[in-house]
Ligand binder design. Sequence first.
Ligand code: URA
Length: 466
Amino acid sequence: MYLIILDSETDFDGWRTAARTLALHHVAPEDVRWSVQGQTSDLMPPGLAEAPPHLPSTETESSFSVPAHFLALARVAILHRDGERFALLYRLLWRLKVDHDLLDRMTDPDVTQPAAMADSVRRDAQRMRETVRFREIGREQKAHYAAWFEPEHHIVAFTAPFFARRFADMPWSILTPDVCAHWDGHAVSFTPGISRAERPAPGRLEETWRRHFQPRRMSTPAAQANRRNLQEASILEPLLADAERWTGGRIAPRPEAPMAARTKPADDLDALREEAAHCRACPLYKDATQTVFGEGPQSANIMLVGEQPGDKEDLAGHPFVGPAGQMLDRALTEAGVDRKKVYVTNAVKHFKFVPRGKIRLHQKPATPEIRACRQWYEREVSVIQPDLIVAMGATAAQSVFGKITPIGKTRGRLIDLPDDRKALVTVHPSYLLRLPDPKARALEYQRFVDDLKIAAGLQKKSAHAA
Ligand code: URA
């Protein structure tokens, strides 16, 4: 029997490394217990051994592969509060080793349970994004904004980057019983949660904030520790993998509703599409026919991002169906990418144009429009969880990287994004259509195909080393 102690409730890397090692050493799921630092004493029956000390290093040993979307699923499901999740995911990994198509069996409980957990986590993250309301506090010094939220799952670090981008201009704190997230305009940091007993009554948020965080009052050891954490935990990259290291305390498993069948995975995307259909975040909706949302399977591991729908797309309601879409289809086929398996979307979801007689002339979206629309791109990413995001053109690159990004310097190579994702920057297919010189166009087209071949390589693998 092995006891695996993870660093935190959200220690995906620790789980992944341990699970891989165990599976490579043929340790059956029933011979493993999973726990989290600080929760082990009452879990450890006599005679338990700790892994990995009893398992030799696997670095020189052969590997095995599992479908890429298993990792995407595990990364989200691990944020569920159910204490059984680590074991459930290991059992699924264990079975996937010999049964690659297992994830397609939607009635197998080893598949449906983690899938339902991931769905529940995503719904909770969406609830947080939709319901967190900041209140202004600390007016007499510098304005600060705070909100109280009680997450169902361990989603605070998962959603913090969303709030950092959405409310980039204001310093905020989200207080929760698990962990508190803070944004100072540059970086997200995390401090221990505030117990439910101290939950601020309606209208008393400021008091709670002052008690825990206001600098003048930081005289108790706990408050000083909080301040130290605030200073020391400040990070440039908001997605701290082990952000909840401080949560501590035992978290009891919650009974989960019976999960007979996999909840429809497209629900989130459908809900998102429906919500985006009514988007009024910038004025472009006024003249466009409709929102043109992304399309493709939710399980896609590649996401293609264009600029905005064109005339044809605006009328049809589908991305990349006009001339640029035909050019893209041709290049994808030549590169060996199956469009049916990728998710195709745009940085801006409404057509921007000026009317010229009977035609509507495409206009490049401006930064405020790209910013206003970025929430949809972010939420598409959080539902699809792609491994690779291909930014086609400058507008797409601006959305993917959250800042103006020159194509020339970044083109054609894999660039790290948060969350273990990669980005690939290339030109927009419309650029190729506009090149007047046939020779230059052929050359540029070939470069475009070559860029897409990088995505093809990833799609062909379609399986990842665990
Ligand atoms: N250009 C884009 O960027 N997106 C489309 O959907 C069509 C043309």
